[in-house]
Design a protein around this ligand. Structure first.
Ligand code: GLU
Length: 509
């Protein structure tokens, strides 16, 4: 068989916001497709109507878009294998379920939810667990046990039913996983008769997923480790449909672990440990609860993608910074590890710092401007750029620009007490007044010429530099942080510098 074009899909269920693990699954699918000149597809698996969450599908699309992972086929763009939302494909699954009933791979079951609940409780009382399958199905209310007439009668009476897969007895199902190698499952040991088609007329995940992967000509299924237990059922479904020769290859990605390395990173961990777990902010529509997002926390998508790629994959070299294109070039599933990878929030910040530093002053200034206007500050672009170029190096996030540089735009309202105690002497106000008088006379208001006049004056007076510079900084900045003092004077302008010195003298003394 000649190799078909690589087609992979990201197939989330819109049951809530996409966790960063989900974005990583999308990313690895995207990279694999790019690497092999294939197609990356988004399919929305929304067959479980009870778990539908409004806004979740938009959230998924927005997240992929923010990360730059655009599918070539998806519900919005369409494509020749559409529709790409399973609820819109509803009518096509039934015939596949029927086909399995006809061929004896599946059966009709009439047991009600209450009956099954009772069986579960009875088993529990005996310290056992009930499973609908190999050991129990022949005594239950289904087409294996009932006569054909009885079944027909129930159907004629419109009794509600499901279609279940008939798991073969004691069969070893072996499949190759690109990441894990050969994996074997024994049907009797671990598998029950999963529902394929529900009484509400909808397929379950298993049926819809396999049928769609087949119809959409998916060549590789790349998904999270939590789906590994479903693999034998899916493999058997391909066998049952007679689709073995076009069955996709499988790759189950490792878990992303908590920063402690113990246990899977969960949606609550972010709030507990102070970092985002979701790509974008999410407001739970039923509780109103807000979950923070990487985007709103000030991460650049490049940084987010880069850090995600290295959770479970490594290039086999020392290289740590990769653009999306470089990732696609370097990526291979063979270099994805089996074991879980620990998420390190500090490393995440470190990645952001790298991409922050890569940005030009003008790019960062454009991002800083809205932060300023939100605070009611209207500064001209030149000034913003000057400030950014002075403080850029100390920052990892756009929000740091405000933390490091707010005093350029707003005069201090308080003065650091510790610094005042240490630096403000009885003679300071008098000395600063003299400096102010000197500054008034500086014509060329640039850092260099301010410094020159200042130094000459200091030498003439025989004053100690530190004894003046520190309280001067206190007046201008409110504390002892910030870049070069004369650069601060220059950016503030002569008038503002003078007024801050006067204000400091009045308020600190
Ligand atoms: N709908 C499944 C999910 O929510 C897809 C699993 C798969 O990729 O097969 O993750």
């Amino acid at each position: 068989m000649n190799n078909p074009k690589v087609r992979v899909r990201f197939a989330p269920s819109p049951t809530g916001p996409l966790h960063m693990g989900g974005v990583r699954t999308a990313l690895f699918n995207y990279l694999f497709a790019k690497k092999h000149g294939g197609d990356f597809i988004l399919r929305i698996e929304d067959t479980d109507q009870n778990r539908f969450v409004p806004g979740a599908e938009e959230y998924i699309a927005d997240s992929l878009n923010w990360c730059g992972l655009s599918p070539v086929e998806d519900p919005a763009r369409g494509g020749k294998y559409g529709p790409y939302r399973q609820s819109e494909r509803k009518n096509l699954y039934r015939k596949y379920a029927d086909q399995l009933v006809e061929s004896g791979w599946a059966y009709i079951a009439f047991d009600t939810t209450e009956e099954i609940e009772q069986l579960r409780k009875d088993a529990e009382a005996k310290g056992e667990t009930f499973s609908y399958g190999i050991g129990t199905r022949e005594s239950l209310n289904n087409s294996l046990k009932l006569s054909q007439e009885e079944v027909q009668q129930k159907l004629d009476n419109n009794e509600s039913y499901v279609i279940r897969f008939k798991m073969p007895k004691n069969l070893d199902v072996t499949e190759n996983d690109i990441i894990r190698g050969s994996v074997t499952f024994n049907t009797t040991k671990s598998l029950d008769d999963k529902v394929l088609f529900k009484s509400d007329g909808m397929p379950t995940y298993h049926l819809a997923n396999v049928v769609d992967d087949h119809l959409m000509e998916i060549t590789h299924v790349i998904r999270g480790e939590e789906w590994l237990p479903s693999l034998p059922l899916h493999v058997l479904l391909y066998r049952a449909f007679g689709w073995d020769d076009t069955k996709p290859q499988f790759a189950h990605l490792p878990l992303i672990l908590k920063p402690t390395g113990k246990g899977k990173l969960s949606k609550r961990d972010g709030d507990k440990m102070g970092f985002p777990v979701f790509p974008l902010e999410w407001k739970d529509p039923s509780t109103g609860e807000i979950f923070r997002g990487y985007r709103e926390d000030g991460y650049f998508p490049e940084a987010f993608i880069n850090l995600l790629a290295l959770l479970g994959w490594n290039p086999g070299t020392e290289q740590e910074f990769f653009s999306l294109e470089e990732l696609a070039e370097a990526f291979s599933l063979e270099r994805v590890v089996k074991s879980g990878s620990r998420f390190d929030p500090e490393k995440a910040k470190w990645f952001n710092k790298h991409y922050f530093q890569q940005k030009t002053v003008s790019e960062l200034s454009k991002l800083f401007k809205p932060v300023l206007s939100e605070k009611g500050i209207l500064a001209d672009d030149k000034k913003i750029e000057k400030v950014v170029s002075e403080i850029k190096e100390r920052c990892e996030f756009v929000s740091d620009l405000w933390e490091q540089g707010s005093f350029f735009f707003a005069e201090p309202v308080t003065y650091d007490e510790q610094a005042v105690k240490k630096r403000w002497k009885a003679e300071t106000p008098e000395q600063l007044s003299e400096i102010n008088t000197l500054f008034e006379k500086v014509d060329d208001w640039t850092a260099a010429s301010i410094k020159e006049s200042f130094s000459a004056f200091m030498n003439e007076k025989g004053w100690n530099f530190g004894a003046i510079m520190n309280p001067l900084r206190l007046c201008l900045v409110g504390g002892n942080m910030g870049p070069d003092l004369f650069v601060i004077c220059e950016i503030l302008g002569k008038e503002e510098t003078g007024s801050r010195i006067n204000k400091g003298i009045k308020e600190i003394s």
